[in-house]
Design a protein around this ligand. Structure first.
Ligand SMILES: *[C@@H]1O[C@H](CO)[C@@H](O)[C@H](O)[C@H]1NC(C)=O
Length: 144
């Protein structure tokens, strides 16, 4: 009686594994630059000071994820995976940032144009080696 049910349990297990797999491999790969103050006004929230998370981990959306402004307020997990300059990424660190601006309209220009995301100084510093002079990094990112 129990034995005849085994194929169903195996199917359910396989289904669960597949779901876990797609969950953990959802992240995309892209690039990130950084920008310095002044950050106001932003394309998303203008001069509102309260738009910045207290962690100061925020950023400006590049062309690819701007989504015509719909990306405002979205949260992303960001991880530094590599850079042209060695020893740039701090391994094993993931930060959560909030989109508050559009990279093509930010008051301060990005350290490099055309990246997926432009990180605030605090966000960039949180995942990179402070002795690095990199203007951009390769990242893994995922919307929360
Ligand atoms: C930061 O970079 C310097 C110079 O490349 C290197 O000597 C140091 O080990 C790096 N620190 C970390 C935490 O990776």
């Amino acid at each position: 009686m129990l034995k005849s049910r085994q194929p169903f349990f195996i199917l359910i297990l396989l289904g669960l594994c597949l779901q876990l797999f797609t969950y953990f491999s959802y992240a995309d790969v892209g690039t990130a630059a950084w920008y310095a103050p002044p950050y106001l006004p932003t394309a998303c929230y203008g001069n509102d000071q309260s738009q910045f998370p207290s962690s100061n981990l925020f950023g400006a959306a590049g062309e690819g994820i701007w989504d015509n402004g719909a990306s405002c307020g979205r949260q992303y997990l960001v991880r530094c995976i590599s850079a042209a300059e060695p020893n740039t990424c701090l391994p094993g660190l993931t930060i959560q940032i909030k989109i508050v601006d559009y990279a093509l309209q930010s008051v301060s220009p990005p350290s490099r144009s055309g990246t997926t995301i432009v990180l605030s100084q605090a966000a960039f510093a949180a995942i990179t080696n402070s002795s690095s002079t990199a203007t951009s990094i390769n990242i893994e990112f995922q919307q929360v």
